[in-house]
Design a protein around this ligand. Structure first.
Ligand SMILES: NC(=O)c1ccc[n+]([C@@H]2O[C@H](COP(=O)([O-])OP(=O)(O)OC[C@H]3O[C@@H](n4cnc5c(N)ncnc54)[C@H](OP(=O)(O)O)[C@@H]3O)[C@@H](O)[C@H]2O)c1
Length: 255
C-alpha cells in the first residue's frame, strides 16, 4: 500500500504515518521541513518511507508535489489530506487567497485533482468546526465578511466535508473525519485551544486523533461520509453548495 500523508511532520499526520507504517504501508511523508519529516521517517518501523517537501501557501509548489508523486507512483492507494492550520491574523498567500482557505482546502483540492486518475482512496482530516461553518463560494477568502479566525477555519473545514461529497459524486472513494480535540501544535496561540489543553482529560494524544484516519486508510468507509471516532456521523451535507465550491475551487486553481 502506497499512502501519501500531508502534514506528516507533526501531530496527527506523524502519528498516522507511524501506525500505518507499522501496518505495512509504504508511507510518503509530506510537509514543509525536511529535517522534521526525516525525524518522523527515522521513527517508522515499516517499509522505507519517502519524504517530500511542499508548502501549501504556494500553488506552484503543490503542482510540483503532484508531478513528483506522478513521476514516482503509477498508483497511490491512499491520499491523506491532513495538513491544516489556524491563523489568527488574516493572511493572504502569494496566490492571492486567504491562507487558511488555501492551506486547508485549495491546496488539497489541487493536489487531489492532479492525482485523481492514480488514486484509490482519499481521506481528509476535517473538524466538527465544519458543521457550523458558513461557507460562501462567492467569498472563500472572507474579503466581504467580518474577519474571525475560527469562523474562517470552520468555513475551510466545511469545505473539506463538501469536497469529500463532491469527490464521491464523481466516483472517487473519499471520506473525511473529525479527530477529536488533540494535543498537537494546532491553534496553540488561541484562547480556546489553550483552555482545552489546560482542562485535564479534554485534549487527547496525537495517536488518538490518528485512529480514524488509520482505520479509513486501512479499511475504507462509505464514500462521501464524515466519521467521528470510527463511526459515520452527521456532517454538513449540501450537494448544491458542494458543486458551487467545486466550481469556485476549479476557477481558483485556474482549471
Ligand atoms: N488538534 C486538534 O485538536 C484538531 C481538531 C480538529 C481538526 N484538526 C485538524 O487536524 C489536522 C492536523 O493538525 P494537527 O492537530 O496534527 O496539527 P499540527 O501538529 O500543527 O500539524 C499540522 C501539520 O500541517 C502542516 N502544515 C501547516 N501549514 C502548512 C503549509 N503551509 N504547507 C504544508 N503543510 C503545512 C504542518 O507542517 P509543518 O511541520 O511544516 O508546520 C504539520 O505537519 C489539521 O487539518 C487540523 O485542522 C486538528
Amino acid at each position: 500500500m502506497i499512502t501519501v500523508i500531508t502534514g506528516a511532520s507533526a501531530g496527527i499526520g506523524a502519528a498516522a504515518a507511524t501506525r500505518l507504517s507499522a501496518l505495512g504501508h509504504e508511507v510518503v511523508l509530506v510537509g514543509r521541513d525536511t529535517t522534521r519529516l526525516k525525524a518522523v521517517a527515522a521513527g517508522l518501523s515499516g517499509p522505507k518511507a519517502e519524504v517530500l517537501t511542499c508548502d501549501f501557501t504556494s500553488l506552484d509548489d503543490v503542482r510540483r508535489l503532484a508531478e513528483a508523486l506522478r513521476g514516482r507512483y503509477e498508483r497511490i492507494d491512499v491520499l491523506a489530506n491532513n495538513a491544516g492550520v489556524l491563523s489568527k491574523p488574516r493572511q493572504v498567500t502569494g496566490d492571492g487567497h486567504e491562507l487558511m482557505f488555501q492551506v486547508n482546502h485549495l491546496a488539497p483540492f489541487l493536489l487531489t485533482h492532479s492525482l485523481t486518475d492514480r488514486l484509490d482512496r482519499v481521506v481528509t482530516t476535517t473538524s466538527m468546526a465544519g458543521n457550523t461553518g458558513r461557507l460562501d463560494p462567492g467569498d472563500l477568502s472572507r474579503e466581504r465578511r467580518r474577519w474571525n479566525a475560527w469562523l474562517q477555519y470552520g468555513d475551510t473545514k466545511q469545505a473539506n466535508m463538501l469536497f469529500t461529497q463532491a469527490l464521491a459524486t464523481r466516483g472517487v472513494h473519499a471520506t473525511c473525519f473529525h479527530p477529536g480535540v488533540i494535543r498537537t501544535g494546532f491553534a496553540g496561540d488561541t484562547l480556546l485551544m489553550r483552555f482545552y489543553l489546560a482542562v485535564p482529560g479534554v485534549a487527547k494524544p496525537p495517536e488518538t486523533g490518528a485512529r480514524t484516519l488509520v482505520r479509513l486508510a486501512a479499511s475504507a468507509g462509505e464514500p462521501g461520509r464524515y466519521y467521528v471516532k470510527d463511526k459515520p456521523a452527521r456532517g454538513r451535507t449540501d450537494p448544491g453548495l458542494a458543486e458551487r465550491l467545486w466550481a469556485a475551487s476549479l476557477s481558483a486553481i485556474g482549471g
